[in-house]
Design a protein around this ligand. Structure first.
Ligand code: BDP
Length: 722
């Protein structure tokens, strides 16, 4: 490089830096962009309704809430209204919890207060001495904070703030993220950088990101976080680490976020110096009691433990001839005096069990219904196999009426193209939540099982395996932020429509311009079916390459555990394809209630999206549209690719509505997605074609590489696989 160009760069440097920081900030700001409202008429309408803020109460949370309000209003509306003490002017925004309100106002809202729980909020236009004001109130300060975020959302999405009367409350108590973060900074199944938690610098260094993380979560109502991996390291329970955990808990507290930890079942041996971790052993019980007491002296509102036991090699009560109830209840007894809970995972399957893997969790857990302590909730994964692009709902939902069950969704895209593919997951979550278990007749949806309304449970919860990491944009893909957002919204209310969620998110994150919102919303909504089509159409599942799960690997058959091999799941041979889970096969269908079992069992009534999940069918079996299975599969793979091509052309037109950096990022990512969708199509079709022996139907593009080529692809350093 010559001197002139050096000089040129040096001159440009400050500007380059500014533009990098600015656009990076957009990525970083998630859905809390607070971009200036572009319609000036709207701005003046809003401003005429907001003449000042009166914040009642002086907790940290109220401080955070009023700061948020000031930030939002100044940046959305250039409204630099300040906090004031008295309501003198008209149209003042008042925020404060019930106890901080004067008696007359509080009484006038009795009806509304009755409708909300401790985390709900009320946003209401009220009159005081004939003057209009907007009141944001709740039973607790955290409720007020939720109200503030929702008030700002009205402005962010250009809704009216006249005559407000909003009463809203979460339907599920524990709305929690599960971080599969390791103490060495890596993230299991993480595709957006390393762990947010800098254990080395904690507790003294509080990274601004911890605060921004808490704020983002509070804005969508998430109220808990499990900091560390379910494949747990006992060291997190030592004083060295508890000190650091305490610092994080202190940081998150004003935002209503409780900290939970994973508990390694063998911790009493590994860090406690005991010879056993047998839950029947008195010394072991005492060790956990002492450990829990120690945690609560540091973190008085500690949430409790998440436990993966006797699953994929993790230690558990079965190592001592005890069962899940023994293990969970021992921990529950230690936590109960402090109000803590145990989230005991039901993700279990064993290589020694010759039964269909899809049946094992149900078989192992359902007999224990009603035997767990009141502060135990069983955490059931979405899908009896493992977070696939599509799985029928887990048969445990509805099958344990005497035990609270919580849902575990995966937000990180282990099986859905990592953080490279644009897949809008709330569409998937909604499909599962709306599924009908029929356990108490029609309408016994999964949502009703987990919000406790079906069986009257007090303890309710929903967990999302986080997709958050150290990347500037938090989630790797700008659109993966929508999955974090959407998880939070559905955790708050599992009956929300994923389309409504997509629209709010787009408006807050990018633009209110309908020329942008409408086509991109449609693109998001279709993206989930697209990934199903180009990866695992018609009920195929778990045919990803093994270990890292990146890309197709339907041919893999050499792993020691049979159920780790894709061939176990698709069972393709000369006679056909699919896993027979009907009465004639593994009879997994019998784990559903008779109404549901009947539908899945009969190949004629089984929804085609689950066809090969429940049935093994000949290659020339006719689908409802008259296509053979072979043609149907091939055309679905092609359709998935075509859908991604359409996503590309849709996005290419969005340049005018999106900042340059995010526009480019998404554009590049969609190109990779298209390349990988074709890879999936070609590799899977070439592989299955060996068995079907049939030509590709008209309309399906010819593969550009051989099967041997695809089989030789290796990715030893694919992320997330530690
Ligand atoms: C599988 C993941 C593995 C997790 C396991 C779990 O591949 O990394 O540890 O689930 O949920 O999906 O425990």
């Amino acid at each position: 490089m010559n001197r002139i160009s050096y000089k040129y760069i040096l001159l440009l440097f400050p500007f380059l830096m500014i533009s990098i920081t600015l656009s990076a900030q957009e990525d970083y700001k998630l859905w809390l962009q607070y971009a200036k409202v572009s319609d000036s008429k709207l701005v003046s309408d809003y401003n005429s309704n907001i003449n000042g803020i009166v914040a009642l109460g002086n907790s940290e949370t109220i401080r955070v809430a009023s700061k948020e309000l000031q930030l939002g209003l100044s940046s959305l509306l250039d409204n630099t209204t300040v906090i004031q003490q008295n309501i003198e002017a008209e149209n003042v925004l008042i925020l404060g919890s019930k106890t901080s309100l004067n008696e007359a106002i509080s009484k006038s809202l009795n009806k509304e207060f009755e409708q909300i729980n401790n985390e709900g909020y009320i946003i209401k236009t009220i009159q005081i001495k004939n003057k209009n004001h907007i009141l944001i109130t709740a039973k607790t300060d955290i409720g007020v904070l939720y109200g503030v975020f929702n008030f700002l959302k009205l402005i962010q999405t250009n809704k009216s703030v006249e005559n407000l009367n909003i009463v809203d409350a979460p339907k599920i108590d524990i709305r929690i993220l599960n971080h599969w973060d390791n103490l060495n900074g890596t993230v299991e199944r993480g595709y957006s950088g390393s762990s947010l938690w800098n254990w080395q610098k904690l507790p003294d260094f509080i990274d601004q990101r911890y605060i921004d993380y808490a704020r983002a979560n509070a804005s969508i109502g998430i109220n808990g976080t499990v900091l560390n991996n379910v494949n747990a390291n006992a060291l997190i329970l030592t004083p060295l680490y508890l000190n650091k955990v305490e610092a994080l808990a202190n940081t998150f507290r004003p935002y209503g976020i409780k900290v939970y930890l994973t508990a390694r079942f063998s911790a009493p041996i590994e860090i406690g110096g005991l010879k056993t971790a047998d839950p029947y052993d008195a010394a072991v019980q005492q060790w956990w009691k002492d450990k829990v007491a120690e945690i609560y002296t540091r973190i008085p509102d500690f949430g409790g433990f998440l436990v993966k036991a006797n699953s994929e090699g993790q230690p558990g009560p079965q190592n001592y001839g005890r069962n899940h109830v023994d293990g969970a209840n021992m921990l529950a007894d230690a936590l109960a005096p402090f109000g803590g809970i145990v989230m005991w995972r039901a993700f279990v399957y064993s290589e020694h069990d010759v039964n269909d893997r899809a049946k094992q969790a149900y078989s192992e857990f359902v007999p224990y219904d009603g035997k767990f302590r009141d502060n135990v909730i069983v955490q059931v994964k979405n899908g009896a196999i493992d977070f696939q692009p599509r799985e029928p709902f887990h048969p445990m939902f509805g099958a344990m009426p005497k035990t609270p069950l919580m849902m575990e969704f995966q937000i990180t895209q282990e099986y859905l193209g990592f953080s490279t593919h644009l897949v809008y997951l709330p569409k998937l979550y909604q499909e599962v939540l709306d599924s009908d278990t029929y356990t108490k007749g029609k309408g016994s949806t999964v949502a009703k099982v987990i919000d406790g309304s079906l069986d009257n449970h007090k303890l309710t919860g929903i967990a999302g395996v986080a997709n958050i990491g150290s990347d500037i944009n938090w989630t790797g893909h700008p659109f993966a932020q929508a999955n974090w957002y959407g998880f939070g919204r559905l955790a708050w209310n599992p009956n929300l429509d994923s389309e409504v969620i997509a629209e709010e998110w787009l408006r807050m994150t990018f633009s209110n311009d309908l020329n942008f919102v409408n086509p991109i919303k449609e693109m998001m909504l279709k993206s989930r079916e697209a990934v199903v089509n180009y990866m695992t159409p018609l009920g195929l599942h778990h045919i990803m390459d093994t270990g890292h799960h990146y890309g197709p690997g339907p041919w893999v058959s050499n792993l020691s555990r049979p159920e780790w091999n894709p061939v176990y799941y698709h069972k393709a041979d000369k006679n056909g394809i699919g896993f027979d889970r009907s009465k004639t096969g593994s009879n997994a269908t019998s784990q559903y209630t008779p109404d549901v079992a009947k539908i899945f069992d009969d190949v004629k009534t089984c929804p085609e999206e689950y066809l090969l999940w429940f049935h093994h069918l000949p290659w020339d079996y006719k689908l409802k549209n008259g296509q053979t299975i072979w043609d149907g599969i091939a055309l679905k793979y092609q359709k998935g690719v075509d859908e991604v091509a359409t996503m590309n052309t849709t996005w290419d037109k969005m340049n005018p509505y999106v900042d340059e950096q995010r526009f480019r990022e998404v554009q590049m990512l969609l190109k990779i997605q298209l390349k990988e969708a074709k890879w999936w199509r070609d590799a899977c079709l070439l592989y299955f074609q060996q068995f079907s022996g049939k030509e590709l139907p008209k309309g399906v593009e010819n593969p550009t590489q051989t099967l041997e080529y695809f089989e030789t692809l290796k990715f030893p350093f694919a992320p997330g696989n530690n």
